[in-house]
Ligand binder design. Structure first.
Ligand SMILES: [Zn+2]
Length: 231
């Protein structure tokens, strides 16, 4: 019997511990840096087989020669990096003094993701709004967290939920909103080939959901941001 490959060992470990490993799940607790290199090697061999099955000449076509390796590295280090990398470090600063910031904060984050159905690119922006709680995180951390959630195989609906959950975890905020608008490669490059299709998803928690004034302020802020930096 042939020896088990590393991905098989890790899959069995996750299964035995009841760990879900869907395309949108982070599995950084199960893959370290050294293993990642070995897994890239394993994925390279698998992509070579895919190219062979597609009848693409990997030997004499110079453009296809290193493609399997490039694909394997791209999946692990770029388009799906958010599955294998641990959560970005988001040091929280106290916001509990007499002159604490009590207002709404809305951050616009550029997103690049990939749909888990077709592995086609998804690109867009997330607007993340919170009412500041007892702690604050650096402004760039909102985008780092959003990108970490996005760099996986996702559905846009799922992505909005993931970002809301991770921002709540990092900031302690109970009142928050996440609004995403994105274009999907799977609608533009295949299927209906609709180049102008735009998908919007919204997740609202706490006052953003229950208080009409807060909700309006959030969407007014988004409109202002869109006027300032349209896309
Ligand atoms: Zn798709």
């Amino acid at each position: 019997m042939s020896e088990k490959n590393l991905s098989q060992v890790i899959r069995e470990q996750m299964k035995s511990q009841g760990k879900r490993f869907w395309a949108g799940d982070n599995i950084s607790d199960y893959v370290d840096e050294e293993q990642k290199e070995a897994l890239i090697g394993e994925a390279t061999v698998a992509f070579e087989q895919v190219l062979d099955a597609l009848l693409i000449d990997r030997e004499t076509d110079p453009n296809s020669h290193g493609t399997a390796k490039r694909l394997a590295k791209m999946y692990y280090n770029e388009i799906m990096a958010g599955r294998y990398d641990p959560a970005p470090d988001a040091t929280a600063f106290p916001n509990d003094s007499a002159d604490r910031y009590e207002g709404m904060l809305v951050v616009r984050s550029e997103l690049r993701s990939m749909c888990s159905h077709h592995h086609q690119p998804v690109s867009g922006v997330a607007y993340i709004g919170i009412i500041a709680a007892e702690k604050l995180i650096g402004l760039s951390k909102y985008t780092r967290i959003a990108q970490w959630c996005a760099r996986r195989g996702t559905l846009q609906e799922e992505l909005a939920n993931d970002i809301a959950r991770e921002i709540a975890k990092a900031t302690g905020a109970k009142d928050l909103g996440v609004y995403i608008q994105a274009v999907h490669g799977c609608c533009e490059n295949r299927g209906i080939m609709a180049h102008s299709s735009l998908t919007q998803t919204t997740v609202l928690k706490g006052a953003f959901k229950d208080d009409a004034g807060t909700k309006k302020e959030f969407f007014d802020n988004i409109k202002l941001q869109q006027e300032f930096a349209p896309r």
